[in-house]
Design a protein around this ligand. Structure first.
Ligand code: FEO
Length: 174
């Protein structure tokens, strides 16, 4: 495997792994605040990120490279508000999208078309994740400090988590 591509993919493995830990920390925080729907959504999201990492690890190893399992710094334990949690999630996802675009760009420069093809799955996944993050933030901003609205929001997140889990299972079988 091309060494530059191998390094870029290993860097992406690190990012997906840190996303998984980040959302796990957010899930745990939400659970301790009684936001069980949001916690469920974040636990599911954390699992999805782990799947993104595993998919990369397998690809690198199957292509003759060596995948590196990274160590991850501890994510934050405390968050100022639910809105802040989703702002951080969206900021994080935008950063991940940029990094995926850099991998795609490196693939084109190195003429590694099969990795380029493999990465298209991540490109569309990021589009979905960013769109979901933005729509959740819009809802939260609309609700503002309304407690009843927040209750309904949290209940909705439980359904969003269930739908994501279904989609995620289909992806993982694909
Ligand atoms: Fe796998 Fe949300 O980046």
């Amino acid at each position: 495997m091309n060494k530059r591509i191998e390094a870029a993919l290993n860097d992406q493995i690190q990012k997906e792994s840190s996303s998984s830990q980040y959302y796990l920390a957010m899930a745990s925080w939400a659970e301790t605040k009684g936001l069980n729907g949001t916690a469920k959504f974040m636990y599911t999201h954390s699992d999805e990120e782990r799947f993104h990492m595993l998919k990369l690890i397998k690809f690198v190893n199957e292509r003759g490279g060596v995948a590196v399992v990274p160590s991850i710094p501890e994510p934050p334990r405390e968050y100022d508000s639910l809105e802040r949690v989703f702002e951080l999630l969206l900021e994080h996802e935008v950063g991940v999208s940029e990094s995926i675009n850099e991998v795609v760009d490196a693939c084109l420069q190195e003429k590694d078309y099969s990795t380029h093809n493999f990465m298209q799955w991540y490109v569309s996944e990021q589009l979905e994740e960013e769109a979901l993050g933005r729509s959740i933030l819009d809802k939260l901003r609309l609700i503002g400090g309304d407690k009843g609205g927040l209750y309904l929001f949290d209940r909705d997140m439980e359904m969003t988590a269930a739908a994501a889990a279904k989609g995620g299972n289909a992806d993982q079988k694909a």
